[in-house]
Design a binder for this molecule. Structure first.
Ligand SMILES: [Zn+2]
Ligand SMILES: [Zn+2]
Length: 265
């Protein structure tokens, strides 16, 4: 089994996107959430994003999409026509729609948008989602205290609601879950399914990867869910959750080949 199947070309592109997003993080650090979490009583049974509204400046959001499109153009000149078509379509009105549809991870909307305007299927969602991430990351940073001090009583990222798929083993063997989307992290019991809450050791198990003692895939026979659990305590370089997720994509393939990740219902 090869250790990583994400292409170096793609990883390289993601690194460039990460530095772009780092510059956006500064521009969005004062992003306002209304109502502020302090003014409402925080709930640990729904994600933060469902408890407050992000006040996103559409023009700023559009400027991020433009920078991203320019980066993709530089990297892949064959995308020029596609990127130009998207940029011609976008205006503040459409930006509002994209923000809301990306917040609710509405892939159907973006797939239809791609069809309607003759774009490659991945492009609209990719742009809309990547430009949203600095806002989501700032939400998870600003309100970390709320979710990191409480148990999370639902199955997803406590900040942005993304389904769980990635965790790390920390110091004494504790399990920390990471969100590759907004970089929130939170504790969870080692022996617990992050998708259905099952704690029965009879139906919880893990898959190991040949020649790779540092990674495991925790699987649940109750709900068929899985989580990649990475032990990088000895690693020199600690990757951020987005890169960690991408560089361990081979674990997703293994889990999915074994039939995990598909809801039993
Ligand atoms: Zn998240
Ligand atoms: Zn489960």
């Amino acid at each position: 089994m090869t250790i990583s199947v994400a292409s170096t070309e793609y990883l390289d592109l993601q690194k460039k996107i990460n530095s772009l997003q780092a510059s956006w993080m500064e521009k969005t650090s004062s992003v306002i959430f209304e109502p502020a979490i302090q003014e409402i009583s925080y709930r640990n049974d729904i994600p933060l994003i469902a408890q407050t509204n992000l006040k996103i400046d559409e023009n700023q959001y559009l400027s991020f999409i433009k920078e991203l499109a320019e980066l993709l153009n530089e990297q892949h000149s064959k995308l020029n026509n596609q990127m130009n078509s998207v940029l011609n379509l976008l205006n503040t009105e459409l930006a509002t729609v994209w923000i809301n549809q990306a917040l609710s991870l509405n892939h159907l909307y973006f797939n239809q948008f791609a069809k309607d305007f003759d774009l490659e299927e991945w492009i609209p969602f990719f742009l809309a989602e990547q430009a949203l991430r600095p806002y989501l990351k700032n939400l998870s940073i600003q309100y970390k205290e709320n979710y990191s001090n409480q148990s999370v009583e639902f199955f997803g990222c406590p900040s942005c609601g993304e389904p769980v798929r990635l965790g790390r083993i920390k110091d004494e063997g504790q399990k920390i879950l990471h969100c590759p989307r907004c970089h929130a992290d939170w504790h969870e019991k080692r022996l617990k399914c992050s998708h259905c809450g099952n704690e029965d050791h009879e139906t919880l198990s893990y898959l190991t990867v040949e020649e790779d003692s540092t990674n495991q895939i925790h699987v649940c026979k109750e709900c068929n869910g899985y989580v990649k659990l990475i032990d990088d305590r000895e690693a020199l370089e600690k990757l951020d959750p987005t890169m960690l997720d991408l560089t361990t994509i081979h674990l997703d393939y293994i889990a999915q080949q074994k039939g995990y990740g598909v809801s039993k219902e």
